[in-house]
Design a protein around this ligand. Sequence first.
Ligand SMILES: Nc1ncnc2c1ncn2[C@@H]1O[C@H](COP(=O)(O)OP(=O)(O)OP(=O)(O)O)[C@@H](O)[C@H]1O
Length: 642
Amino acid sequence: MVQVRLKKMPACFKVHYESGAPIMKIAENQQGMLSIESRNIFTILKKWLYTEQDIVFRELISNAADAIEKLERLQSKESNHSHREGVIHVMLDADARKLIIRDNGIGMSEAEVHQYINQIAFSGAADFINHHDQLGKDTIIGHFGVGFYSAFMLSDHVTIETKSYRDDIPAVRWDCLSDMSYQMKPCDRNDIGTDVILHLSEENPYLKKPELIREIVQKFFTFSKTAIYYKAPDSEPVLMNDPTPLWHQPKELIDSNEMNTFYKTFFNDVNDPLFWIKFESIDIGLRGVFFFRNTRNGAEELDGTVKVYSRGVYVGENIQTLIPKFVNLQNGIIECDNLPLVVNRSSLREEETPEDMISLIYESLSQEVTIAMNEFFEKKRDQYESHWPHLNASMKYAVLQDKTFASVMTRKIIFQDLHGHYMTIQEYVDNVAATAHPEIIYYASDAIEQAHYIEIFKKCGLNALLFDHVIDQPFMRKYEVVRPGLKFIRIDSNIESLFQGYSEEGDEHRIALLERHFLNALGDRLLNMNLKITNLEHPSISTIIINDEKSRRMADMLEIYGFINPTDVSAKKIQAKSTLLINMKNGIIQYLLTAEEPVIINITINHLYDLALMSQQALKPEDIEAFINRSETILAASLNHQ
Ligand SMILES: Nc1ncnc2c1ncn2[C@@H]1O[C@H](COP(=O)(O)OP(=O)(O)OP(=O)(O)O)[C@@H](O)[C@H]1O
């Protein structure tokens, strides 16, 4: 079992009376050892956190900000207190090789240094050591009351000089080496507050690159409520934070140009956001802003950056357990006062059910985006449509990924029809679907590949939706589950019902003749394609290939999983059942009914068949040569004829 103890306990206080007030005196030169029998906490810290030295700054500056907050809280209770502005100074003294974090907060008495610094191991380190093998390094610091010790990641010698806010308590200096030995003695200091001094080795990288410290302080504390100054060697102190950022202001007061500029700088984006939504959930102490990205530069499929802050301190970004994945496709800032994840507040560690808080935040974020997008759809449909090319993938992804979003937004996802108008699937069903088949939604998955069918649809006064993003297939499957009565059929599949055709007297004879001609002329080229010969209202259609939706989806799957070679067109054709529809109202087909010359019949049928295949981009490489030769023959014949 791990045991943590102090070899030497603190000396007793000696109480003296001067001018009537009791003044505590600190025993000179106390010495001791912090000791953990089984393992050395510093070794563990260094091992686990070696790569993340930023944490030192986060922890020490957070402690300083806490100390300031504690003093402010105390003072606010006093009726006659004089207001002092809390301020933190981070100073790098390159000559003396010291990094100093100074605050004018509550300070510590000798007893408090013993309790909170020397004995901190009692409260947290045992847990820490017991858990550190199972935990990721992100979760270690900030969970077990070891934040201050992260100082030893940067330094082998750390000093605290601190003066408690209480007049009767003298200042104390604490020096500790990384072998865990410490010294405590009185110190000559009158200003209330604390200096934490890290004595740096010559090789310390920050001595050569002091600007790294500025970057880290800005990263963690840009929205800190307490003023933080950084003084690099040979420079004046510079304010690092903005305690009243633009997005904290009420929405109506925010100038959109200023907001765009803030966005571009903060998220390093060249484009303005499409729009932004600001939200606040007072009951769980959550607020933030999401910027919907302009995806002109192909950002559509990349995650965005959602930065998380807890009481003004940066916690992390794109935290999966906290931020719904679909929200993370955008950029944003979230600030949560009750975040139980990190930032080393003891009160947060005492959270009884942090998972509940995390899921509350998660739920709340997905609700905020859902409410905003629903309102956008309902109240600003024009804008919703004009932004849709940027929102398309992320909104569909959100429906697939998030129950809350799906419950409201599934029916508000829009698609372009064949004329470029946007509509929801329900709007298609209500206004556009073929009267004979109101339950069928026809769609095109590739406007170029299916251009021929799109033209046929347009000619026949029919309409279809464009499902041309890869996410449309899973979206469609989900919609089929949600609305089991509806069927999605690709524009080149199962559309024979639309082209049912009609029969006329004497058709049997004509059908039999044409069937013979086609079978003779095409032979093996037909593979397992069925023939359907009928009369269509539109004489411009000679032949169309109609695929079976189910078997085509299966063939697509087999290709995706590598069972069918994508270049082997005929293998795919065999798998996907299809029908060659022949329209007896078309002039060329009518010519075939009277033609007598077998060569001409053969050329015409093969050519029609090639054209039908080409409309599906399904012409085999070996047939292309024959197609070209035949085209030339036809051209020559037509010229001779002229
Ligand atoms: N600058 C400071 N001024 C006053 N008190 C401080 C200061 N720094 C640290 N302390 C005291 O030392 C305690 C221990 O700090 P430490 O960072 O190790 O743990 P913590 O902040 O309580 O928790 P965590 O592990 O989450 O960091 C603090 O709770 C605080 O009481």
